[in-house]
Design a protein around this ligand. Sequence first.
Ligand code: SF4
Length: 443
Amino acid sequence: MKTDKKLFIETYGCQMNFSDSEIVASILSENDFSTVDEASSADLILINTCSVRDKAEQRVWKRLKELRAMKKKNPNLKIGVIGCMAERLKDQLFETEAVVDLVAGPDAYRDLPSLIDAITSGQRAANIQLSIEETYEDVEPVRYDSNGISAFISIMRGCENFCSYCVVPFTRGKERSRNPETILNEAERLFNEGYREITLLGQNVNSYHWEQDGDSMDFPRLLASVAEINPLLRVRFTTSHPKDLSDKLIETISLHPNICRSIHLAVQSGSTSVLEQMNRKYTREWYMNRISAIKALLPDCAISTDIIAGFCGETDKDHQQTLSLMEWVPFDYAFMFKYSVRSGTIAEKKFTDDVPEAVKAERLKEIISLQQKLSLRSNKKDIGKVFEVLVEGVSKKSVHSMMGRNSQNKVVVFESSTSKPGEYTLVKITSCTPATLIGEHVN
Ligand code: SF4
């Protein structure tokens, strides 16, 4: 007999995780689960976790404690932890949190229906087996939390770069690329359903490489093929590793106006010796060379980055080099963090976390304050320009304003009574904040 069971998925961490939650929703929809918006009305709550930063893990531990009360009220409620934390901390999750019924790692989502069968009969169940092949390429994600305009397509899984601070190669396993035909079919389907922006996702998208029976596909070709589905489809990609940002990729972007002029290129540090310690496989000079290559062919391209303050062995001179590189680029925006040691990583095993907490905090403060200046400067340069904006909906700040993004991925808020979500519209920028461009609709 078919029953309709209610599933609530709570997602922490990066876009890869949000994309994985859509895959999980799809797998479970085949097993009579439909997603709900409220945890309180669910039969099964899955917490999709991230282990990249300690803060993300701490939020999950706190959330599990909160769920104890919910489970007390409803003893039939089942709770599962999935994703990177499940992979890393299966035993600890079962030992310290009685509310956890199920644990599944990122490559075990196809096994969720049988794990759920097991917990329904009162057992606890886990699968944290990593795979060298799983890409979920045949699973059509359920876009359960979507605006109907922008969607993510996961094109590869895993990572083999082993940056010394990072836990991902241990929680998500070996790098695998998905069959391009399935990616193109998914993109085409989304476009036909009315989506107008697709972000190709992977831990390191620009090392995408697929091969089968003498056929092969690299990332620039894949990107071009997605862009060629329709000129009205915007294409983005994230995240790229500087070592794999080829001239061919930059050229491909320049040849396709609908591949967005926005590249996220995580630098992490401006000092070659820190980059070496991080095992990033490029130098300050190499990174600068890539930025120059982008600027030469894509002069209007926004460049964003990730920066870690206070990695093991970082001196004040290294920190100054990060600041000077930020100015040199200059970045349009950045995600900035203090280094915190992650257990199981190369850095934990090999290095001493020797930058005092107060120094890390001070360096991060300087980095954030510089970035705010750079972001404001970048946005001020846009005043007077006219951008094509893909309208996403009504602005959160005022019901009389609409919001959308330009090709550079900047948020644009503008007054308009005629623009509709999913449409492209021209907006002239009249003012700005460090985070938002403000403008008016032009015909
Ligand atoms: S490229 Fe480095 S930082 Fe990114 S997921 Fe792989 S190991 Fe982690």
